[in-house]
Design a protein around this ligand. Structure first.
Ligand SMILES: Cc1ncc(COP(=O)(O)O)c(C=O)c1O
Length: 369
């Protein structure tokens, strides 16, 4: 006899990206920032008062929320701090969606969304993106007709890097009958000023997700936050969130990193410039690489080309074969064995040296192109 809930017994959990044991591995598979966090993070850790750990931390992460509120020109009541953006996703579901109610999303999308929906025993409703990864005109109408209670939209999009124009986001928010969770995990790499915090706060149905994992080089810290109208933030703050969801160390580290915008912006600029370089180099080798507004590229492996040492490889195995051959050379990228993704690799942008190693390895595999 199993005590596990029925829906959980039927599901498989989220598959995290591989974490290599060999520290020399070039890790371009989980969209981490290749540059170090602000030196202020080191200062906080050096000066941290260990004695303070005897007491519970600030319950609502008020210091961090004030910093985030100042940054976005909103009030601390419009901000909730969470254990990574992932905790916010879980909170939004458990606060606003009853088991059995529908959760909407695009296809493809961040693969954690359907897993979290399954945990809550909620069916998912997917609307396929257009061929160029743009959001179809009828997206909101489809969601409304299906009666979804919560719609997830990741912008810029993962795994393609496509950016939905701000006007379309505004329109979607107005058209949707549901809550719109706008996942802006990669917004820092768009190179444009995001206007969406103001949109969310002025709405009654938009919550924005932000994370320190990518733009602030702190994936290991596990810190993210939500921005939205008080009517949506308040129930998560006071009811569904764990009473002390963020420890005292990470609250101080996260606040210091967020306040050092100058440092973060420098890393975004470097990532953007390398992204352009890697995109061109891959395109020269015959890959199809759409413009990306994130810290990764989604590259379609050229059809008809075969890794030099392979005798016969089926077309659809191309991307997987390249992924494996890179892995043999201690370079990790992401391959998704899923519809519309089997001929593609998602490649995080690394340092110039890491990117050169990747590009040289691909040239070598394809026989010196
Ligand atoms: C689209 C998207 N949303 C949210 C997250 C959550 O990030 P974290 O929990 O590290 O803040 C990620 C992480 O990879 C992501 O890719």
């Amino acid at each position: 006899m199993s005590f596990e809930r029925d829906n959980l017994r039927k599901m498989t959990g989220y598959a995290s990206g591989e974490q290599p044991e060999d520290p020399k591995t070039i890790k371009l598979n989980t969209n981490e920032n290749p540059y170090p966090a602000s030196t202020r993070v080191r200062d906080v850790l050096d000066q941290f008062d260990v004695e303070s750990l005897r007491r519970y931390p600030p319950a609502t992460s008020i210091g961090f929320r004030q910093a985030a509120a100042e940054l976005h020109g909103v009030n601390p009541e419009n901000i909730i701090a969470t254990r990574g953006g992932d905790e916010l996703l879980r909170l939004v579901i458990t606060t606003f969606v009853d088991p059995g109610e529908r959760i909407g999303m695009s296809y493809p999308t961040y693969s954690l969304y359907p897993v979290l929906a399954q945990i809550q025993d909620c069916p998912t409703f997917e609307v396929p993106l257009n061929d160029d990864w743009s959001v179809p005109e009828n997206f909101a109408a489809e969601m409304n007709n299906a009666g979804v209670k919560l719609t997830f939209l990741v912008n810029p999009h993962a795994p393609s890097g496509h950016l939905v124009p701000a006007e379309q986001i505004t329109q979607l928010a107005q058209q949707l009958d549901s809550i719109l969770l706008l996942d802006e995990a990669y917004i820092d790499f768009t190179g444009e000023k995001a206007t969406s915090p103001a949109l969310a706060v002025a709405s009654n149905n938009v919550i924005i997700l932000r994370t320190l994992s990518k733009g602030y080089s702190l994936a290991g810290l596990r810190f993210g936050y939500g921005i939205g109208p008080e009517s949506l933030i308040e129930p998560m703050m006071t009811k569904t969130r764990d009473s002390y969801n963020l420890d005292g160390i990470s609250q101080q580290v996260a606040e210091a990193a967020l306040r050092d915008q100058e440092h973060a912006r420098k890393s975004w600029k470097k990532v953007i410039s390398e992204r352009t370089r890697v995109q061109s180099a891959l395109a020269e080798m015959g890959f199809i690489v759409p413009d990306s507004h994130t810290n990764f590229l989604l590259a379609t492996v050229p059809l008809g080309k075969r890794p030099a040492e392979e005798e016969r490889v089926e077309e659809m195995d191309n991307a997987e074969t390249l992924y494996k051959k890179l892995k043999e050379r201690h370079i990790l990228v992401r391959y998704f064995n899923a519809p519309r993704m089997q001929d593609k690799l998602r490649i995080s942008i690394g340092t110039p040296e890491e990117n050169d190693r990747l590009l040289n390895a691909i040239r070598e595999i394809y026989g010196s192109r």
